[in-house]
Ligand binder design. Structure first.
Ligand SMILES: C[S@@+](CC[C@H](N)C(=O)[O-])C[C@H]1O[C@@H](n2cnc3c(N)ncnc32)[C@H](O)[C@@H]1O
Length: 310
């Protein structure tokens, strides 16, 4: 059956009602109408959606109502300054992780200021472990060179080869459009095992948004998350903090003496993670909040060099 053209205004109104969200209706209409003015502009101009776009919209609406995340239907999603391809191989980057990347960039500034002046041309090396779509790594690689006057090198690792394929495609796409971008090395493997041994003791910063949901919490997640996003990206283990603990234990061996570890945590894990960081010998340990004021980010700095000869 062919579908006739319909005014964008009427399509938007119907779709917003069906989805219970005017925002989602706009995103989907803009997706099927291709490049050009936004949906509200099209509506104001009295534009119509042609039959083929309406058929595509109908199918997307069906899938959305069946519970698929909007971001997978659109196939891409913004993260800070970059546009990322996203599909069921990777976690959908979250707004709270944009905040984590912001704290990681602050730590990069500090590391650049604290790094010995003796080797000014040497790159600062940082790692985003469990990079998924590449979100944090690509934010560091694009925003970092604007903030520090030293060369920067970014490692992006993941245990999932499928996730690394997405990260690689995103790295290429972002590099094509970025005015300036640090080199990004992709590597497969579990946490620090993915990195070359030669980087031990040389990382200025390690940042990670590891899986931190417990098995029982996963069972209670919204179906849109539980049934569509990769379990490996969400579940840390029976307790939830297993992967956070591993990172806290292993990081000191990989960081330079002025280095820092930046971790996304669930709010109820923040105090425990801060205590664990102090037990592991980190010096300045801070818990930072996301935009909603929830304790979400652990920032743990290595002891100052004079305090901790290594
Ligand atoms: C919460 S997601 C974060 C993805 C991305 N960094 C972001 O913030 O959107 C966790 C990521 O860690 C990866 N992961 C899970 N276990 C891992 C392990 N043992 N070693 C490395 N990466 C792991 C998952 O594949 C997933 O991509």
């Amino acid at each position: 059956m062919t579908v006739g053209a319909r005014p964008v205004r009427a399509v938007l109104a119907d779709l917003a009602r069906q989805l219970g969200s005017a925002g989602e209706a706009r995103w989907l209409v803009e997706h099927v109408s291709g490049a050009g003015p936004g949906a509200l502009v099209l509506a104001r101009q009295g534009a119509e959606l042609p039959g083929d776009a309406l058929a595509a919209l109908h199918e997307l609406t069906r899938r959305r109502l069946a519970g698929e995340p909007l971001q997978y239907l659109l196939g891409s999603w913004p993260f800070r300054g970059v546009q990322l391809r996203v599909d069921p191989r990777v976690l959908i980057p979250r707004p709270e992780t944009e905040v984590v990347a912001g704290y990681a960039l602050d730590e990069l500034d500090r590391a650049a200021a604290d790094a010995p002046a003796a080797c000014p041309g040497e790159p600062l090396v940082v790692a985003d472990l469990g990079t998924g779509s590449g979100a944090i790594a690509l934010a560091l690689a694009t925003e970092g060179p604007e903030r520090i006057d030293r060369p920067l090198q970014v490692w992006a690792t993941d245990a999932s080869p499928a996730a690394l394929e997405v990260a690689g495609a995103n790295e290429e796409a972002v590099r094509r459009s970025a005015a300036r971008m640090a080199p990004v090395h992709l590597a497969a493997g579990s946490w620090f095992d993915a990195l070359p041994g030669s980087l031990a003791g040389r990382l200025a910063m390690v940042v990670s948004n590891p899986p931190y949901v417990s098995d029982p919490e996963w069972a209670g997640l919204d179906a849109t998350v539980r049934d569509h996003e990769p379990r490996q990206a969400l579940v840390g283990g029976p307790v939830g903090t297993e992967q956070l603990d591993r990172l806290l234990i292993e990081a000191p061996r990989w960081l330079v003496r002025w280095g820092a570890l930046v971790l996304e945590v669930a709010p109820h894990q923040a105090d425990g993670a801060a205590r664990a960081a102090m037990v592991r010998g980190f010096d300045a340990v801070m818990v930072r909040s996301d935009l909603a004021g929830r304790q979400r980010v652990l920032v743990a700095r290595c002891p100052a060099p004079q305090d901790a000869p290594r």
